[in-house]
Design a protein around this ligand. Structure first.
Ligand SMILES: [Fe+2]
Length: 407
């Protein structure tokens, strides 16, 4: 049976990991009680090594090992594998029926996960998008660089390759099909997921917001998850206060603002700093006789659904949404451009495999980047930070969107 063990083991281990990560991503996309989510987080974290260990142990006890991997230690007898000519303990017995069902399910998950991954890798970029530049800044280097938090408080920051204190200014040119003739263009800066908490110091965000202000945008958008600690609202003047775009600064809040912050206090302070809450009835912005309607969505956590009734038929529609899961609603609302965050780009992006942690009903499908789903162009920003200090191969992002018309 060693060949069978060797054949099944990769699928069982991979399927098990994919199952729990996929469940975790979808769980964090919903509005569940915080205690339940935290408990399930721990269960899922233990299930990945736990189920893998049970499978390997079962193989050692019943099938004499893992074939080409050799015979692991048998914890019941203390010996290493069966001796020559001796059948391994329990070799004649098969897996119970329910375990076989589990093995088949895990194999199926591994296979469908691999197919989904392959199809995603081959998905073409929307033809409406041209990447103009990507400028990376390591804000921890040089004199006056941002100082990392201690290893005890924030161990992931010390893993080689951590990008927690870096930022990438990504500039994209986007052509929108309904762009009105005669409107030369609009420069929008998109920021998301600042998650002010303390493990990433205020000086990091001050420098990021200063870099964003240097882009001299016409319009600024923030797509939620402002803070993870209510006292960190005192960071807003030195960060969000640096941005004053001529056509306005617009924001929505996110699920962390609801569960870890003081929503009312955050909205009041943002208003004092000139930021406009764009949930509810859409806001109309005019430039050179052209109208842009801006709607906001904090669903499913906060606020009402966007209301487009005030938007003229000819106006372009921009939806500012915390989660990309509102894409179907945006398409139904005839939204031209949707900007979202929440998924943090997957937070950890493994070579070949890609993004891992993406709290969305669609898993990692919309973890970051641009997507065209007629009639809506969606851009998902990787965010600036996160509650967890995991940031590996997934640089924090400020997006500069140069909106244009034409073919
Ligand atoms: Fe977030």
């Amino acid at each position: 049976m060693e060949w069978l063990t060797a054949l099944l083991t990769p699928g069982v281990l991979l399927g098990n990991a994919v199952l729990w990560v996929a469940l975790n991503n979808r769980m964090h996309a919903r509005q569940w009680p915080r205690v339940l989510v935290r408990t399930l987080d721990v269960v899922q974290m233990l299930a990945i090594p736990g189920v893998s260990w049970l499978w390997l142990r079962w193989c050692a006890l019943n099938w004499g090992g893992l074939g080409w991997l050799g015979s692991p230690w048998d914890p019941t007898s203390g010996k290493v594998g069966p001796t020559a000519g001796e059948s391994p303990p329990g070799a004649a017995s098969g897996l119970p029926w329910w375990a076989w069902v589990g093995v088949v399910v895990l194999q199926w998950i591994a296979m469908t996960g691999a197919i989904a991954w392959w199809r995603r890798r081959r998905a073409p970029l929307p033809r409406q998008v041209v990447g103009l530049s990507r400028q990376r800044h390591d804000l921890s280097s040089g004199p006056g660089g941002v100082v990392r938090d201690s290893f005890v408080r924030s161990p992931f920051q010390w893993i080689p390759g951590s990008e927690l204190l870096r930022v990438e200014i990504t500039t994209l040119r986007i052509t929108l099909p309904r762009w009105p003739a005669g409107w030369p263009g609009l420069k929008v800066v998109h920021l998301s997921d600042s998650h002010f908490a303390g493990q990433v110091p205020r000086s990091y965000f001050e420098r990021v917001f200063a870099l964003a202000a240097e882009q001299r945008p016409d319009l600024v958008v923030f797509t939620g998850d402002l803070l993870d600690h209510p006292e960190r609202v005192d960071w807003l003047p030195a960060t969000f206060g640096l941005l004053q775009a001529p056509l306005g600064n617009f924001y929505v809040l996110g699920n962390h603002d609801k569960s870890h912050g003081d929503v009312q206090r955050s909205r009041e302070l943002l208003a004092e700093l000139g930021w406009q809450d764009c949930t509810g009835p859409c806001r109309l912005v005019e430039q050179g006789g052209q109208v842009l309607a801006i709607g906001g969505s904090e669903q499913p956590w906060l606020g009402p659904a966007p209301d487009w009734t005030a938007a003229p038929a000819s106006a372009l529609r921009l939806l500012v949404s915390h989660t990309p899961d509102q894409l179907d609603a945006a398409r139904r609302g005839g939204v031209d451009l949707m900007l979202a965050g929440h998924t943090h780009g997957g937070q950890v992006c493994l070579p070949v495999v890609g993004p891992i942690f993406s709290p969305s009903e669609n898993g990692v499908q919309y973890a970051s980047g641009t997507f065209w789903e007629t009639p809506t162009l969606l851009h998902v920003n990787r965010g600036l930070s996160g509650r967890s200090s995991w940031r590996w191969n997934c640089c924090p992002e400020v997006t500069v969107l140069e909106l244009r018309g034409g073919s």
